[in-house]
Ligand binder design. Structure first.
Ligand SMILES: [Cu+2]
Ligand SMILES: [Zn+2]
Length: 195
């Protein structure tokens, strides 16, 4: 490799420019950190169709771009339950008001932005789940019509139907995962900071 000669005055100028750029980047990062924190957390209080509280979901933006989900539920039927973000922040029983699965760009089910792992409810009616998703940012949930968290009556098949049963999953399966009725719903709201 050939050495390129840079005059000393140019080198100093270059070093000063690089230094200034690094300081600018550092101050930008410092400024945006608190701004991000304000938008970084959301909650959904879950209610069943009778209007009784059945749990809550905390949705938090993580520094690495993941969103962490922490769900705590109670007074729900034991077993596995389909668990998703739905497209509309409206929870009017039977919760079809919440629309289909939340999706940033068109996918079929199990690839929707709002598709979550199934939620396991224990024999005593309680359940907890913690996981991360990189399929959306917290801010995405606050689009024009908001979003809601839904728990379904049955498990989610993630559109995974063996071909010995059917050649291809039908439109309903590809949209929903066949998790059945919606038994709990919570509108996604900005975290109040009270707890
Ligand atoms: Cu759902
Ligand atoms: Zn889905």
């Amino acid at each position: 490799m050939k050495n390129i000669h840079v005059p000393a005055t140019d080198r100093r100028h270059l070093q000063r420019q690089i230094g200034a750029a690094l300081i600018a980047i550092a101050s930008l990062a410092a400024l945006s950190a608190p701004a991000m924190a304000q938008n970084s957390s959301a909650d959904a209080k879950l209610y069943n169709a009778a209007g009784n509280p059945v749990g809550k979901v905390r949705i938090s933006q993580e520094g690495n771009g993941d969103v962490s989900i922490q769900a705590q539920v109670h007074d729900l039927p034991p077993g596995f339950h389909g668990f998703h973000v739905h497209a509309v922040g409206q929870c009017t029983p039977p919760f079809t008001s919440a629309g289909g699965h939340f999706d940033l760009t068109p996918h079929t089910h199990r690839d929707h932005s709002g598709d979550f792992p199934v939620l396991l409810v224990n024999a005593d009616g309680t359940g907890q789940a913690r996981f991360n998703t990189d399929r959306f940012a917290v801010a995405d949930l606050f689009d024009g019509d908001g979003s809601a968290i839904i728990i379904h009556a049955g498990p989610d098949n993630y559109a995974n139907i063996p071909t010995r049963y059917v050649a291809e999953p039908d439109a309903t399966t590809l949209a929903t995962g066949d998790a059945g009725a919606r038994i709990a719903c919570g509108v996604v709201e900005r975290h109040s900071g009270k707890d």
